[in-house]
Design a protein around this ligand. Structure first.
Ligand code: TXA
Ligand code: MG
Length: 331
């Protein structure tokens, strides 16, 4: 199969709709990462997503809709605080998990009685969702376990020959996936941290918890248990206060002829040779936006990525830290 990259315009949108109407898949841009979309109502189409990505069949998908879509077609909207969250943050990088009405393919939620819905703010994503006018199931458009794509070229690198069309909406400005927040209970529970932080949600609803998987318990968000976001080279992760140790590790690599690159925040970068640094930048938003791009750059040239956690770890950085830790996890 030939994979084409096209900017979002009338012609490419028409083609995208025709592919989706036949049960096919199309990659599209969002403000967080690129998604791989299929008609959420069709078993055959949704199965294609799992097959193409090599995604475990018990990791549910998010359904994407445009900003005027009536979500009560798909879910029960019975919590007053959920409406407050929508008003405050949507369209934007917040996915809400509701009780499902069972109107989309069962494969989307892997048999759970809930459904995750996201309204992306990216202009190209909105055009795509409006033009195709169907609820679209979409995970990130990478091969399962690999780093999420933040450009059309990243999607191409993973899925060339496997999908017919990538809609190109430029580089994603957010850089890490949406916050996934369960709104079925008495108060919101964050299942995956992201660009809408716990603090931001708490400011709107008064209370918000971050779900932590306890050992032996079935994951409330099944995706949590899988290795994710991993570069194809080796990695080592150091705490923010361990930059001395990281420097030692780098020097040892140099002596042994191991090509090591250091992924770290701007303030720490000057400790290492400039041509061996993957510089995350200084602000939270910069670090989120740069992370996946740098991990992809790193895996292309490095034997080893030595990552040093940034100093600030709350707010948006909780999401960045979660992705960085998973990318550098050893299992
Ligand atoms: O920013 C994003 O959310 C991107 C773009 C493309 O929209 N999408 C994305 O999808 O990151 P994916 O499939 O890579 O991650 C979806 C996450 C997984 O952790 C999954 O377990 C969780 O959402 N999820 C989906 N449906 C769920 C449900 N019904 N209950 C609990 N967790 C759910
Ligand atoms: Mg993903």
């Amino acid at each position: 199969m030939i994979t084409r990259i096209c900017s979002v315009n009338e012609e490419s949108l028409r083609e995208a709709k025709s592919i989706l109407s036949e049960g096919g898949v199309v990659a599209f841009p969002t403000e967080t990462v690129y998604g791989l979309a299929a008609d959420a109502r069709r078993d055959d189409a949704v199965s294609e997503i799992y097959r193409i990505k090599g995604r475990p069949s018990d990791n549910p998908l998010i359904v994407h809709v445009h900003k005027d879509y009536d979500i009560t077609q798909l879910v029960f909207d019975d919590r007053a605080y959920a409406a407050k969250l929508r008003n405050a943050f949507l369209p934007g990088p917040l996915t809400l998990v509701y009780r499902s009405k069972g109107k989309v393919s069962k494969i989307v939620s892997c048999g759970l009685d809930t459904l995750a819905i996201r309204v992306p703010s990216h202009v190209g994503a909105q055009m795509f969702l409006r033009y195709t006018d169907m609820p679209l199931a979409a995970p990130s458009a990478n091969l399962s376990k690999h780093i999420s794509p933040v450009s059309a070229q990243h999607v191409y690198a993973d899925l060339n020959g496997k999908i017919p069309l990538i809609l190109d909406g430029g580089v994603c400005t957010g850089g890490i996936e949406s916050t996934v927040c369960d709104v079925t209970g008495d108060f919101p529970v964050i299942l995956r941290e992201g660009l809408i932080s716990r603090e931001m949600i708490e400011a709107v609803t008064g209370k918000c918890e971050v779900y932590k998987l306890k050992s032996g318990e079935a994951a409330r968000s099944p995706g949590m248990k899988y290795k994710h976001y991993a570069p194809r080279c080796k990695t080592r992760l150091f705490e923010a206060e361990e930059s001395d140790k990281a420097e030692e590790c780098f020097k040892t690599c140099m002596l042994q002829g191991i090509k090591a690159y250091v992924l770290c925040e701007g303030g720490v970068a000057q400790r290492f040779p400039q041509d061996r640094v993957l510089d995350l930048g200084r602000s939270e938003n910069e670090m989120a936006a740069n992370l996946y791009n740098l991990l992809r750059q790193g895996e292309a040239v490095a034997d080893l990525i030595i990552a040093i956690k940034p100093t600030k770890q709350d707010g948006i950085m909780a999401g960045v830290m979660n992705r960085l830790s998973k990318a550098c996890a050893n299992e």
